[in-house]
Write a protein of this length. Structure first.
Length: 130
């Protein structure tokens, strides 16, 4: 994975530090849920391999999951739009997540989501190119 491509570089140290900081977020379980959905949409095999088929099916059908709370729904809707077309992320989608998290938790969550998404994208790119 990424470590194989960047081993021994300052870039890997910086990426690892940012990634560790992202996972130190207060809403770690929410970030994990969204990272898994991101992995499904991006076809990130290492993350998918850690999920059971039942977990993948359940997460794929999250819009109809009666066990998912408002925070999870808002976060997954935000995450899906982020992955599909971040430029089309609406104020309403951002406001829906911010209203359930609050301003600071929203900012922390979005920052962590960006770091996780960027690392996942870099891994996918490097594995395909190198």
């Amino acid at each position: 994975m990424l470590d194989d491509h960047l081993r021994g570089t300052d870039a890997l140290v910086a990426l690892d530090d940012a990634y560790a900081a992202a996972w130190a977020i207060r809403d770690r379980s929410l970030l994990e849920l969204c990272a898994r959905r991101m992995a499904m949409l991006r076809r990130h095999e290492p993350t998918l391999a850690a999920m059971t088929p039942a977990e993948q099916r359940a997460l794929a059908s999250w819009p109809t999951d009666v066990h998912l709370d408002d925070v999870g729904r808002a976060a997954l809707a935000f995450t899906e739009q982020w992955i599909v077309d971040v430029a089309s992320l609406s104020d309403e989608q951002a406001d829906a997540l911010c209203s359930v998290l609050g301003d600071q938790r929203f900012a922390d969550f979005v920052t962590a989501l960006l770091i996780v998404e960027q690392r996942m994208s870099l891994e996918l790119f490097l594995d395909r190119v190198l």
